[in-house]
Design a binder for this molecule. Structure first.
Ligand code: 5AD
Ligand code: SF4
Length: 434
């Protein structure tokens, strides 16, 4: 979501004549987009600001002005504190106010006053942001934002606000725009993407059918889903829509029903496993991934072992796992039975070892197969491209730049736990991939 937001911020500032650069010494504006989901993310903020300030000072010596703008959820949570603690930050803007950035920059230049904007405006930023363009052959599209689920550990309902869904018409319009500017694949984004309830389609499943019809769109993905809100139409979509990739990110968080209840997750481990089975019935090769939190307050060794059991039962293709991090203002942070840090660390190591083993198996399973790979970027080595299989696995291939942004069938030769290497079939046409 933050990558998508950064692209929209760039689009908004382009209306003032700015253009993107990767070279900080060239930048009239240095932007820092921030995440508040776990402790470490917000800790990094002040050291990053210090790093950016060095560029600002260097440019000041050359009599060049540099604005430092901090964006994102840390601003939503601690905006005033950021401006107080760091005098080098000129503008702080929360995630619901990006559409106001051009005005804020202009105002800053007129009055040279520092600005903070971190409220929840009545209007939707999506109605005001300029049209976006593809950032790569695989582009993001936000269809839903915010969350009404209030998991007891999570800051999202406070930083991103209540659930808001864009209309189907708006989404399809943006999807067309992305395809026209080079996207072959679109990843629909939302904190609870399957809770989408905008106008123009009955539910998220029906929306998938509509977006898949966009001319020229070759691949469709979405993230992130809330397990108990998966409807039959979403599962059916995986059986029927050829563009919909065989991959589902379905965060379980914990395999213990006691912990799930304390987390205010609205499902049991058994219900979760049943949903996974339904996906697998619809699309037997579907890759399943998840998020896990270990060391949630009150989590016992037995609870944790139940998480390991679920992992063994589901067999994940890939996963993200974290130590529970108490977030200010959330109910779980106030729970008395916090788990000691060293216990969290030990459990995370055990869980990650199991998940990595499963991921390695999933990667190894592809060796010898020919898979369609969307080549999206250049590798570090010259003559190497990087792409993604339908199962969202990373593939490296020796191929010239003519194949960039194409979907190409690759024979998978080798697998590690985190990437594949593939080989081009010599008969491939560079323009079409076939
Ligand atoms: N501590 C640890 N992990 C968290 N997540 C969200 N909040 C916390 C927290 N307080 C994880 C969840 C979620 C992912 C995006 O981040 O696993 O699915
Ligand atoms: Fe946070 Fe996801 Fe729970 Fe919403 S559903 S509160 S975004 S973890």
């Amino acid at each position: 979501m933050n990558i998508y937001d950064s692209a929209r911020i760039r689009d908004a500032l382009e209306t003032l004549g700015y253009e993107e650069t990767d070279e900080p010494t060239e930048a009239d504006i240095l932007l820092l987009n921030t995440c508040h989901i776990r402790e470490k993310a917000s800790e990094k903020l002040f050291s990053e600001i210090g790093r950016l300030n060095a560029f600002k000072q260097e440019r000041a010596r050359q009599k060049k002005e540099t604005l430092i703008i901090v964006c994102g959820c840390v601003v939503q949570a601690e905006g005033a504190e950021i401006l107080k603690r760091s005098h080098t930050v000129d503008i702080a803007v929360g995630p619901q106010n990006y559409h106001l950035l051009p005005e804020m920059v202009a105002r800053f230049h007129r009055k040279n006053g520092r600005v903070l904007k971190a409220d929840f405006p009545a209007e939707s930023k999506f109605d005001y942001l300029p049209k976006t363009k593809a950032t790569s052959a695989s582009s993001f599209l936000a269809i839903q934002e915010g969350c009404d689920n209030f998991c007891t550990y999570c800051v999202v309902p406070y930083t991103r606000g209540c659930e808001y869904s864009r209309s189907a018409a708006e989404i399809i319009d943006e999807a067309r725009q992305l395809v026209e500017t080079g996207a072959k694949e679109i990843m629909l984004l939302g904190q609870n993407v399957n809770c989408w309830h905008g106008s123009g389609a009955a539910d998220f499943g029906e929306l998938l059918y509509l977006v898949a019809q966009v001319d020229g769109l070759k691949r469709l993905r979405y993230t992130t889903s809330y397990p108990s809100k998966i409807t039959r139409s979403v599962i059916r979509a995986h059986a029927e829509i050829p563009q919909l990739m065989p991959y589902i990110h379905l965060p379980i968080q914990s395999g213990s029903n006691t912990v799930l209840k304390a987390m205010n997750r609205q499902y049991t481990a058994e219900q979760y496993i049943d949903i996974v089975e339904q996906f697998r019935k619809a699309r037997p090769d579907i890759a399943v991934s998840s998020d896990f939190i270990v060391g949630f307050p009150g989590e016992t060794e037995a609870d944790f072992e139940q998480t390991l059991d679920v992992v063994r039962q589901v067999e994940y293709a890939s996963s993200y796992s974290f130590k529970y991090s108490p977030r200010p203002g959330t109910p779980a942070a106030l729970m008395k039975n916090q788990v000691p840090e060293e216990v969290k660390t030990e459990r995370l190591i055990r869980l990650q070892a199991l998940l990595l083993e499963q991921q390695k198996k999933a990667y190894e399973k592809t060796v010898g197969k020919t898979l369609e790979v969307l080549l999206v970027e250049k590798g570090k080595k010259k003559g190497q491209l990087i792409g993604y299989t339908p199962y969202l696995q990373t593939v490296h291939v020796e191929a010239d730049d003519g194949y960039l942004n194409q979907i190409v069938p690759l024979k998978i030769k080798k697998a590690s736990a985190t990437s594949l290497s593939g080989e081009l079939n010599c008969d491939i046409n560079k323009k079409t991939g076939f």
